[in-house]
Design a protein around this ligand. Structure first.
Ligand code: 5GP
Ligand code: ZN
Length: 103
């Protein structure tokens, strides 16, 4: 838990954000500023600033499985995924997340 991190606060339940999917490793919620008709964020429960700081193969695998589970849950058969890593690549929230975009 990072007290200054918006996603840590969301995971803690501070804003009553609806999780479209969750398990012991991750939560999935809708992006507040969607760039596609369906725009989900797959977010590990642990605070990891970006992909560059994550070496845990199990968690990396869980995150990809989480993408599939969340897509299935909302009925997305076809979707794009995106991970912005670093400010210059457009990362704004420094708690690792995978964007899932579909229609
Ligand atoms: P990044 O640019 O870091 O890859 O993506 C961060 C994403 O988080 C953006 O698409 C932004 O709209 C979303 N976001 C930022 N703050 C919040 C929030 O408080 N709630 C939700 N649901 N999404 C957020
Ligand atoms: Zn965090």
């Amino acid at each position: 838990m990072d007290e200054n991190c918006i996603f840590c606060k969301i995971i803690r339940g501070d804003f009553n954000t609806e999780f479209v999917y969750e398990n012991e490793h991750l939560v999935v919620f809708r992006d507040i500023n969607p760039k596609a008709p369906v725009h989900l964020l797959v977010v590990p429960r642990v605070h990891v600033p970006s992909l560059n700081e994550l070496d845990d193969k199990d968690l990396l695998g869980e995150l990809m499985l989480g993408v599939k589970e969340a897509a299935k849950k909302v009925g997305l058969k076809s979707y794009r995924t995106q991970i912005n890593t670093g400010k210059e690549a457009g990362q704004e929230v420094f708690h690792l997340h995978i964007h899932v975009l579909g229609k």
